[in-house]
Design a protein around this ligand. Structure first.
Ligand code: NAD
Ligand code: ZN
Length: 346
């Protein structure tokens, strides 16, 4: 089969021919139809410090995918050959305190598909049956391929009730734009999105943002003025990993404001802790998706709202056949894009 692989420890990737993965007794084998590029995949190609410290070559990369079940292990029930499915890319240990309490997203030994074990930029991928999310037969395959990042956005955005709240999202990458659509869907009053890229802010407007702020020219104070807001934002969703964005957000929260942080900073940074304390701000770190309540919530939003489906589809801006993985990666790296997909069905 074709597989986009890291063959040696160092920069670069290669599309190689290799044997199909074996399906163990508790596993499911999926013929990949679509796969999505994530910032993680760019780090793996470039081989930064994180990649060098994390990855053992050889490795097939990729963790955002949708496809058709072609084989199920002998111990598997509830997943049938022929079903369409997306995959949860975090594989948990099942025995740590949090796993045993049913809080699997908090597992202390999480392994990543396409990071710590072979992934989905290939014709076939094998994952434990517990990580399979069976999709309705009529789902658009492109939408099926973005459930992983949509899950990050859903997990972050639905930390607190949003009905009537003023929500600020820093970072209009694919996940920030999806979060804008979720906040709109979930009943927020105002949804404000900031980024440094006009291209990406246009995507956020298309997905339901009321006001967008280009941080190279404006700040969140300007958004508050434009909307006639008097006290500050109630809920903040940090989707950039940029320290400056966190500072701007903190400066514009109401007392008692709640901030969920998904964006990963490149290094440690300073924060005005006096403001966090005196403004009684709640900060919560978010990683991955809740297994499987996040999957349930996003599936129902997709199933019940045409507006929501259209908003999420609009985040997918580029599609490439698998052989064109290099221009696909270059497009994702340029930032002049929303979500970039690879079509493995051809
Ligand atoms: P992305 O890199 O495509 O988007 C980040 C956006 O932030 C970019 O558009 C960038 O222009 C913008 N930005 C940079 N500085 C800014 C500033 N000062 N103010 C506002 N915006 C600014 O990333 P993505 O794929 O949309 O993911 C969002 C973030 O979430 C990334 O940091 C990613 O690493 C992280 N992430 C975390 C998890 C998790 O489980 N915690 C999972 C996936 C992604
Ligand atoms: Zn565990």
């Amino acid at each position: 089969m074709r597989a986009l692989s890291k063959l040696t420890a160092g920069p670069g990737l290669e599309l190689v021919d290799r044997p199909e993965p074996d399906c163990g007794p508790a596993d499911v084998k999926i013929r990949v139809l679509r796969a999505g590029l994530c910032g993680t995949d760019l780090h793996l190609r470039e081989w930064d410090e994180w990649a060098a410290a994390t990855v053992q070559a050889p490795l097939v990369i990729g963790h955002e995918f949708y496809g058709e079940v072609v084989e199920v292990g002998e111990d598997v029930s509830g997943v049938e050959v022929g079903a369409r499915a997306s995959g949860e890319g975090h594989i948990v240990c099942g025995v740590c305190r949090n796993c045993r309490a049913g809080r699997r997203h908090l597992c202390i030994r999480t392994e990543g598909v396409g990071v710590n074990r072979d992934g989905a930029f290939a014709d076939y991928v094998v994952i434990p049956a517990t990580n399979v999310w069976v999709q309705p037969p009529g789902l658009d395959p492109d939408l099926g391929a973005v459930f992983d990042p949509l899950g990050n956005a859903t997990h972050t955005a639905l930390q607190w009730p949003l009905v009537g709240e003023d929500v600020v999202i820093t970072g209009a990458g694919p996940i920030g734009v999806m979060a804008a659509a979720i906040a709109r869907h979930a009943g927020a009053r105002y949804v404000v999105v900031s980024d440094a890229s006009d291209y990406r802010l246009r995507l956020a407007e298309g997905a339901g943002a009321d006001v967008t702020i280009n941080v190279t020219r404006q700040s969140l104070v300007d958004a508050q003025h434009r909307l006639g807001m008097k006290e500050g934002f109630d809920v903040g969703l940090e989707m950039s990993g940029a320290p400056a964005a966190v500072t701007d957000m903190l400066d514009n929260m109401n007392h008692g404001g709640r901030i969920a942080l998904l964006g990963l900073p490149h290094q440690a940074y300073t924060l005005d802790w006096g403001k966090v304390i005196t403004h009684m701000i709640t900060l919560k770190g978010i990683y991955g998706r809740e297994m499987y309540d996040t999957w349930y919530a996003m599936s129902q939003m997709i199933a019940t709202s045409e507006v929501f489906r259209t908003a999420i589809s609009s985040v997918i801006t580029h599609r490439f056949v698998a052989e064109d993985w290099e221009p696909a990666f270059d497009t994702a790296r340029s930032g002049q894009c929303g979500k970039v997909l690879l079509d493995w069905s051809r």
